[in-house]
Write a protein that binds this ligand. Structure first.
Ligand SMILES: [Zn+2]
Length: 106
């Protein structure tokens, strides 16, 4: 069974806890199985890269690591704040998510 994650790829979210609290970033990918999301420039960790043909020395690379989806909230770029969303069914049957504060659709 897959967990339901409240944000989707390309959503803008704000981190609400942890060392990156307050950071705003774009969701790069979601991992429903692990209940985690990957957010641009959030939870950046330094990884060691093994030496390769292109890079004989190997080295350190900076890369985002996934964080628990519960640590992020959807950020409305219109209200400029975190928001809750509600779902709305359009006349043609399409389900859209709207910002509860300003009505912006996501
Ligand atoms: Zn809004």
């Amino acid at each position: 069974m897959q967990n339901k994650i409240h944000v989707r790829k390309n959503d803008t979210v704000m981190v609400i806890s942890g060392k990156d609290k307050g950071k705003i970033g774009e969701v790069l990918s979601v991992f429903p199985k692990h209940n985690k999301v990957l957010v641009k420039d959030v939870n950046v960790v330094t990884k060691h890269q093994k030496p390769s043909k292109e890079n004989m020395q190997g080295g350190l690379i900076q890369k985002e690591a996934p964080i628990y989806s519960a640590k992020v909230m959807l950020y409305c770029t219109k209200c400029k704040s975190v928001t809750r969303i509600s779902h709305k069914l359009l006349d043609d049957g399409t389900k859209v998510r709207i910002c509860k504060k300003c009505g912006e659709t996501f």
